[in-house]
Design a protein around this ligand. Structure first.
Ligand SMILES: [Zn+2]
Length: 122
């Protein structure tokens, strides 16, 4: 609406409300994503200042040091010929046993398990 047509306080309120809504969306768009909702609603309290707050938050976010990259995952342990790998159902430790064995004792928790020989299992 043109400024010359402004009549009463309702018009000023309408302009203020529009400005607040626009500022809320601008602040939400500029600021870091995880602050989006809070920036949007804080505009009701601090008005267009929230755009400045969003810019400051974005600046802080951009200069935060990036965490070091995760170490490369270890390649799986090789299995010797004539052996098979059993996983203990109690503690999850891996135990390599000869193919012909019908039982094994977990090296970690001493769980005793009876297993089928490999030839019978397949
Ligand atoms: Zn175990």
């Amino acid at each position: 609406m043109p400024a010359g047509k402004m009549q009463g306080p309702e018009d000023y309120f309408a302009v203020l409300a529009l400005l607040t809504v626009i500022s809320a969306f601008v602040a939400m768009g500029i600021g870091p994503r995880r602050y989006g909702g809070r920036l949007f609603f804080s505009t009701v309290l601090i008005g267009p200042l929230s755009v400045a707050v969003a810019l400051i938050l974005k600046g802080i976010e951009d200069y935060r040091p990036t965490p070091p990259p995760l170490p490369e995952p270890k390649p799986p342990r090789l299995l010797a010929a004539g052996r098979r790998r059993m996983v203990c159902p109690r503690c999850g430790a891996e135990t390599d046993i000869p193919d012909v064995d019908t039982s094994f004792d977990c090296w970690r928790c001493d769980e005793h398990r009876v297993v089928k020989p490999k030839s019978a299992a397949k």
